[in-house]
Design a protein around this ligand. Sequence first.
Ligand SMILES: Nc1ncnc2c1ncn2[C@@H]1O[C@H](COP(=O)(O)OP(=O)(O)OP(=O)(O)O)[C@@H](O)[C@H]1O
Length: 352
Amino acid sequence: MDGPTDASAGSGGSELAADSGPPAIAAADVHRSYGDTVALDGVSLSVSRGEVFGLIGPNGAGKTTLVRALTGTTKATGEVQVLGSPPTDVDPQRIGLLPQSFSPPERLTARELVAYYAGLYDEARDPDAVLDDVGLADASDTWYEKLSGGQQRRVCVATALVNDPDVLFLDEPTTGIDPAGRRALWELIEGLAAGGTTVFLTSHAMDEVERLADRVGLLNGGRLVATGAPADLIAEHGGAPRLVVDTAAGSNEVGDVGYPVEATAETLVFHGVDPVDIGQVVAALDAAGVDYGALAWKQPSLEEVYLTLAGERYDRPGGKGDGLGGTGESVPAAASATGGEGTAGDAGGDSR
Ligand SMILES: Nc1ncnc2c1ncn2[C@@H]1O[C@H](COP(=O)(O)OP(=O)(O)OP(=O)(O)O)[C@@H](O)[C@H]1O
């Protein structure tokens, strides 16, 4: 872990970005079990100040447990520091946390709720300004229980922003939020990051993580199995661009078109096809008399990285894979722990 602890250094995000102090978040060999269920199995990571770190992984991989370990809201073994100090020693003013599950009192208006959270801090932003930031200015007088699920989530995000934190933990911030709202929230997060706020977010939306994160960590079975910039992970694990052709034909019906071909129940997938060579494949299909429908050229994305490394490639019933993930090579079985919720062996005393 990095050196001197000075939790009082710097007061605003932009100052932190220029600060050469300890990383915003540092974890070394973090373990957490619930009874026999190993939720975190030796996680180590470091997040620089001003960085946006995206944590992805299958259900039950340990993402929420890691957020809780990093924020000191569950006990874990190993070492965790936020801004150079154990998380429970850091001034709460400097940390923002949006938990995955958050059930505020329902008979309060959005403004009253955000104002309540504002009152917990020495300094806080104007609740109306924060509600405006999350696109809820028009609903600020509505009771929480009368808001839609996505609006409720936005209020929860607002409560995490109200103290203008230096380090912001967002556990699945956009779940349930409509596409326009998601984009608005992305812009908000981008603005915070541009101002120097460190953001640690978890998400199942790969487009979200690919857009927002400077670095991504893939958690599987409680272990961090890959970390890197989205572009680097895609280059390393995403496979080649491919042409997906809707057809019931088998690969043996096409002949050799110069690209590895993979057949699924409803598609032929040609791997490594550059856009300029699509015509060559189409000509080969026509020459072979293959009956086909739509063609789609796809570049690898973070989703392919996820599907490959998490071993979660989707197989259609009766098919050999959807042809969209990875390189068509066999992938390891999912290693995620998916035990049920419960408190057995939860000696950690989760506190938030
Ligand atoms: N309070 C708890 N009591 C018992 N087991 C728990 C508890 N919290 C989490 N677990 C288990 O720990 C493992 C990791 O759970 P966690 O919620 O951290 O995963 P996750 O990656 O956040 O999942 P999801 O994507 O579904 O939110 C799972 O097997 C889960 O069942």
